[in-house]
Design a protein around this ligand. Structure first.
Ligand code: PLZ
Length: 451
């Protein structure tokens, strides 16, 4: 398949040739049931043949608008020509040596980029891994080694992964944790400054949540036992919860005063998804350690841990690594993705997406009582659905019905939230305004039909 065919000639247009899913997808899905472990779920069982820009083409010839980006990964669009080219070159040169055995420059270039682009001008170091969960695991290892302390504090509604330690950090039981215990010890949970659901209202949320955080950690964990506080600057799987303004900065400041490593998990929010390189920047927060993945490499598996040099270098030589971490092909893809984000100013693109999406969803919220909250930043926007606006009763069935209606009409949407009642939108940052508007038209008709 030529690059042109893969990425450039996919007409940026929605086309429905069959019902969704079509017969070929259905046949493949039957094979899936027989061959793939049931635990690996499917949001929308169309089987993909090609994808590019803001369009996903399935095996039946349907062209769907992508409001998911493979869960916030293909920010530069799927199969971006620059990514494809660099990956092809790299695969032809060499596919793997193991960076810990005989290193290569591509890893260094990605580390240098991460050190440069992440918030703060202090001296930094980076280590590369394969997945977000692996990056989070390593951030915690590093914080424990640096502080010599065991405890880690995580938040309500947090999502940090599916491995044993990251399951323990993840808040939601079903489907992530149910029956998979026992979990890693020394993980403590505190409330998130969740403005929409804060009992005394959004105005008091930042102050009260901060006070509660400090008093819980003090009383139940002890500052001097605490290695790290880990937080998503905008929560992803937990429902695009944007912490009340000022909350993150106060937590980070308090961590600094107590010798605790403040870890920002920017795996979903990073790489211009929210309209800046990293979501911490909107809050003026400079994390000690930051985890990245997803949007970093245009669809190839790569993750990073970047942090203050003295924290990162507290680990003995040989203490960090893995066979594939910082694989050269994934690094080549990352260099191409980062170059693309810069060349095409995708931070501005994310802000443009917000400026189109947010008002449309707010207008919908005026029309439909089922929308309790519209929130998010850049190209990470969601609506929280309720069956009773005053009581804020979560409406997961309506959320599922709305998402299903979007799928049927050729729009890939995702849901989220601890209560399963958040419809979230994560379009590729390169999506055309026309496709974005058409996608929003589909969302609007889903509401007209269901809400
Ligand atoms: N931290 C903030 O968003 C991954 C999970 C999808 P991995 N989110 C998508 C699913 O159901 O498994 C994520 C995240 C944040 C960590 C992770 C974990 O990243 O690359 O999936 O391991």
């Amino acid at each position: 398949m030529t690059i042109e065919r893969a990425a450039m000639t996919i007409e940026q247009r929605r086309v429905l040739t069959t019902a969704i899913p079509g017969p070929r997808s259905q046949a493949l899905h039957a094979r899936k049931q027989a061959a793939v472990a049931r635990g690996v779920g499917t949001t929308l069982p169309i089987y993909v043949e090609r994808a590019g820009g803001g369009i996903v083409v399935d095996v039946d010839g349907n062209q769907l608008i992508d409001f998911g980006s493979g869960i916030a990964v293909t920010s530069v669009g799927n199969a971006h020509p620059r990514v494809v080219e660099r990956v092809r070159e790299q695969v032809a040169d060499f596919t793997h040596t193991c960076f810990m055995v005989t290193p290569y420059e591509e890893y260094l270039a990605v580390a240098e980029k991460l050190n440069e682009l992440t918030p703060g001008t202090h001296e930094k170091r980076t280590a590369l891994f394969n997945s977000g969960a692996e990056a989070v695991e390593n951030a915690i290892k590093i914080a424990r080694r640096h502080t010599g302390r065991p405890a880690v504090v995580a938040f309500d509604h947090a999502y940090h992964g599916r491995t044993n330690l990251t399951m323990a950090l993840t808040a939601k039981n079903m489907p992530y944790k149910d029956g998979f215990g026992p979990f890693a010890s020394e993980i403590y949970r505190v409330p998130m400054a969740y403005p929409y659901r804060w009992p005394t209202g959004p105005q008091r949320c930042a102050d009260e949540a901060f006070d509660e955080f400090v008093s819980l950690v003090h009383a139940q964990v002890g500052e001097s036992n605490t290695a790290a506080v880990i937080v998503e600057p905008i929560q992803g799987e937990g429902g695009f919860v944007v912490p009340a303004p000022g909350f993150l900065a106060r937590v980070a400041q308090w961590c600094a005063e107590n010798g605790i490593v403040f870890v920002a998990d920017e795996i979903q929010t990073g790489f211009c998804r929210t309209g800046d390189w990293f979501a911490c920047t909107h809050e003026g927060v400079v994390p000690d350690v930051i985890t990245t993945a997803k949007g970093i490499a245009g669809g190839l598996p790569l993750a990073g841990v970047t942090g203050r040099a003295e924290i990162m270098d507290s680990v003995h030589t040989g203490g960090l690594g893995g066979t594939y971490g910082g694989n050269p092909v994934a690094c080549a893809a990352a260099l191409a993705a980062i170059e693309t984000i810069q060349a095409e100013d995708l931070a501005a693109a994310a802000r443009r997406i917000e400026s189109i999406m947010f008002p449309r969803l707010q207008a919908l919220a005026e029309k439909y009582d089922a929308i309790g909250d519209v929130r998010g930043r850049g190209a990470m926007i969601a609506v929280e659905l309720v069956s009773d606006r005053a009581a804020k009763t979560p409406a997961p069935a309506l959320t599922a019905a709305l998402s299903a209606a979007c799928h049927r009409d050729g729009l890939i949407t995702l849901t989220a939230g601890t209560f399963g009642n958040v419809l979230r939108f994560l379009p590729p940052l390169v999506i055309s305004p026309e496709l974005l508007r058409e996608g929003l038209d589909i969302v609007e008709s889903a509401f007209a039909e269901n809400a």
